[in-house]
Design a protein. Structure first.
Length: 372
């Protein structure tokens, strides 16, 4: 018997309460094939690429359900172009970037890159949203911000609405907006994250949902890397777990070599929260990039979207040339569990096995204790 298949799995048509966020099409496909619920991260996609990409995913997934995630951060400005944003960069920041480029001998990028060519502005978010809503994706997840109009349009289009939240304060607005599934994403998580640890956040979000008299499932996100944690999340009342870091060291993700080496070697304490990635607090794997921005005399990171206007070209070059000291990616404290290159199905299989073992061990322990 598949004891992990719960009410939310039945409702969504999946086998396991394991939700996987990834920017990779191959990881998205593999999560669905392994019985989980994949959510394709489209925040780094140009709007015109989203439609064809989602159509290609659907063609490979058939009827298997999947979702798409978009971010809606509050921006410091509404810049019409990268050039307009760059024209406002402080000279000291530009000099800092030039000095980093020289210090690490970073060659110029030769390929187009999202962060070098795009400025996030209202028109960009609108175009991304329209592309997702026009697709036949089953679910839409919103992160960083929660635009009610997007949730309403997604639901009108028959899609399940997920929202990533980082505080029990976010529960009421999310329920008011009509969110169907809440993802309680704690401080431990890779990517943009809030200050409350997952173990404190998840039960508080569940209690807040109960307090509102709502029947909305909650997923636990942030730091999940093993089945003991999945069992703990289920015991706290979550209906599933949502993972992002787990997939970075899989064959499907095809992580470039220097980054892969850094991720495989990293322990929980090798990730940190920095504003140097996007201008907003974001957990990443530690590197010379985060060290340089933390060093005495370094300028403070700029607000979004100016930080990327400043750093985009250099980050593109670092990624393309895999500059070993500087290369990094968003990654959570869960990184500790992912220290060999493996496959998505191995990870999902391990999580399911470990979760069943942890739940079984609890049952055995308590039945023994009760009988003594
Ligand atoms: C490389 C990476 C990129 C991420 N980008 C996004 C994003 O664009 N939108 C989003 O909602 N969450 C993003 N996240 C956060 C994940 O959705 C998820 O909440 C988080 O990874 C869970 O914690 P974990 O990293 O410990 O598994 C990202 C996470 C990682 C690791």
């Amino acid at each position: 018997m598949n004891r992990l298949k719960n009410a939310l799995c039945e409702r969504l048509g999946i086998e396991l309460p394991i939700f996987g966020f990834s920017h990779s099409v191959e990881v998205t496909i593999a999560i669905a094939q392994a019985g989980g619920f994949p959510v394709f991260g489209a925040a780094r996609e140009a709007p015109e690429r989203i439609g064809p990409e989602l159509a290609a995913i659907r063609a490979r997934l058939g009827k298997r359900p999947y979702g798409v995630d978009l971010m809606y951060p509050a921006l410091a400005g509404d810049e019409p172009s990268v050039a307009a944003a760059r024209a406002k960069l402080p000279a000291a920041h530009v000099a800092f970037i030039e000095q980093l480029k020289a210090k690490y001998g970073v060659p110029a990028p030769t390929k187009p890159n999202f962060f070098a060519n795009t400025v996030r502005n209202e028109a960009f978010f609108r175009a991304q949203t329209e592309a997702v809503l026009a697709s036949d994706v089953d679910a839409v997840a919103t992160a960083v911000g929660l635009p009610k109009a997007v949730v309403e349009s997604a639901k009108k289009a028959g899609k399940t609405a997920f929202a990533l939240i980082g505080s029990p304060r976010h529960v009421r607005p999310a329920l008011d907006a009509g969110i169907d599934v809440l993802v309680a994403q704690g401080y431990d998580a890779g990517g943009h994250t809030g200050p409350i640890g997952t173990f404190c956040l998840v039960p508080q979000v569940i209690e807040a949902v109960e307090h509102e008299g709502a029947d909305v499932p909650v997923l636990a996100a942030g730091g999940v890397g093993c089945g003991r944690q999945v069992a703990a999340a289920l015991a706290m009342g979550a209906q599933g777990v949502w993972l992002g870091t787990a997939w970075l060291a899989t064959r499907e993700y095809a992580t470039p070599p220097a980054l892969l080496a850094k991720l495989l070697a990293a322990r929980s304490e090798d990730t940190l929260i920095t504003r140097a990635h996007s201008g907003k607090p974001c957990r990443v794997v530690k590197s010379a990039w985060s060290d340089e921005w933390d060093a005495p005399g370094a300028p403070a990171p700029l607000p979004m979207p100016y930080q990327h206007a400043l750093t985009g070209e250099l980050l593109a070059a670092i990624e393309e040339h895999q500059v070993p000291e500087l290369v990094y990616e968003a990654a959570g404290q869960s990184i500790a569990w992912f220290n060999t290159l493996t496959t998505v199905s191995d990870i999902i299989g391990r999580l399911a096995r470990e979760t069943r073992a942890a739940l079984g061990a609890l049952e055995t322990r308590f039945s023994k204790e009760e009988s003594t």
